[in-house]
Each structure stands twice: as C-alpha cells, then as structure tokens.
Design a binder for this molecule. Sequence first.
Ligand code: NDP
Length: 248
Amino acid sequence: MGDFSGKVALVTGGSRGIGRAIAVELGRRGASVVLSYAGNEAAAAETVKAIVDAGGKAKAVRFDVADSGACSKAVDEVVKEQGRLDVLVNNAGVAIDGLLMRFKDEDWDKTLDTNLKGAFALMRAVSRPMMKQKGGAIVNLSSVVGEMGNAGQAAYAASKAGLIGLTKSVARELASRNIRVNCVTPGFITTDMTAGLNAELKEKMAAAIPLSRIGNAEEVAAAVAFLASDAASYITGEVLKVNGGMYM
Ligand code: NDP
C-alpha cells in the first residue's frame, strides 16, 4: 500500500489538529496506527473512522502523557497486541500562556510534564522494543517558539526548546541501534490550539510570514511522515522547520 506497510505507529495527541493529520497520513501510507488522546473520545473516534474509512488500520487509546507509568503501560500494550512498534510521534502538547511575573508553578509543571517529560517517558519506553527489532523512527513535535522564544510563552518555549536538546541527545544515543530521532518545529498552524487568537492578531502574524499565510496541519504531517519514513534513512538529530519562512 505505501511506505509504512507492515509498520506500527504510535501517534500521541492523534485525536485533533496536527496529531490527527499525522495519524491520517501514516494510515494512508499503510501504517497500523495507534493514536492516543487525553479525554476527547469523540474526536479520537472520528480520527479512527477517517483512517478506517480510507482503508487503513487504526485504534485509539486514552492515557495522560504526563504520567510516565501510563506511557510505559501504553507502549507495552501496543507491542503485545501488534507485535512491534516502528514509529513513535510525540505530538501531544499543551500551550498555557502567561507573562512570567504572573505564571503559576502548577502551569509550569503541567506544561513541562506534558510537552517534555511525556516525550522522554515515551522514548524511554519504546527504546527497548525498537532495539530488539533493530530499528525505529521517532519524531518529536517541537515549535518555532522553542527556537526563537516568545513573550508570554516562557514555559511553552522552554518545553519546546528542551525537546530539541532531548531529540539530539537521544538521536546520538540510539543511532548505533538504527533508531532515528528527529523533530519538526512548526510555525503558526491552524488548529484548536491557535483558534482562540483574535483575527487581527492572526492577520498581523500572517503578514510577518514570508509565505504570507498560516500553515495547516497536513503540511506538518507531510514533514513528520517524511522523517518517519525510510526516505529519511540517513537523517537523525535533525530539526526540520515547517514555518513558511517565519524563522530561518
Ligand atoms: P491541539 O490542541 O489541537 O491538540 C492537542 C492534542 O494533544 C489533542 O489530541 C489532545 O487530546 C492531546 N493532549 C493534550 N494533553 C495531553 C495529555 N496530557 N496526554 C495525552 N494527550 C494530550 O494541538 P495542535 O494540533 O495545535 O498541536 C500539536 C502539537 O504541535 C503540540 O505539541 C503543539 O505544541 C505543536 N505545535 C503546534 C503549533 C500550532 O500552531 N498549532 C505550532 C507549533 C507546534 P484530547 O483531544 O483528548 O484533548
């Protein structure tokens, strides 16, 4: 069917937005997709239906990526049920905005636990089965904000910058086992995460982007699918910008 035929992919936060587009793209290319979600069961079921209706294989599992015990249990179950795990996409994330002076400890912890510790826990969990099967590909969703910073997003930017260091370190650690680890840094993408921004701000942001528009989830999914595929077999530790030229 495609370049992921016979492969199993776990996509966190696959119920909505960029994660949904990634799950659909990997499913379209032949992967058996396990997508995770935090609580939005209806959206997760919709993604599964979209993949299955298109002739692919998918199921949804609910767990909190901030809970490292739940992460390793989820990975164990995928490997037990499907016999292997070839691709991990750490996409689940939260953006809690606020100025430094007023930012609460609990919001800092939630942001770092979800966006950074979750990716760490899942990479740790998949490393053993991937080593056993002598290969795998991991893609982490960082952000342009992790590269350039953003006022009012200190915690989010720290978590996303942390993901870049985490990606490069784990890439070095697992390269000899034929496990590639890369990340993408999307710019401003239309999803629920950015839906709350007012129209005027969106227009201003689009005008500052060289390609003069906001991106869509499918454009990020295409980059993730490339890095996860054998077409990227000599690429590891890479940070791929998908930002319309917003930051070069
Ligand atoms: P959305 O807010 O649209 O979706 C977030 C997804 O993550 C949902 O599937 C949600 O599940 C899941 N999720 C959230 N918290 C948890 C948790 N604790 N455990 C498990 N799953 C969780 O996000 P986007 O699609 O916009 O973003 C996806 C990724 O891309 C994020 O990492 C984000 O930081 C990054 N990104 C987004 C950009 C943008 O402009 N949109 C730009 C740069 C990076 P549920 O549906 O159950 O709530």
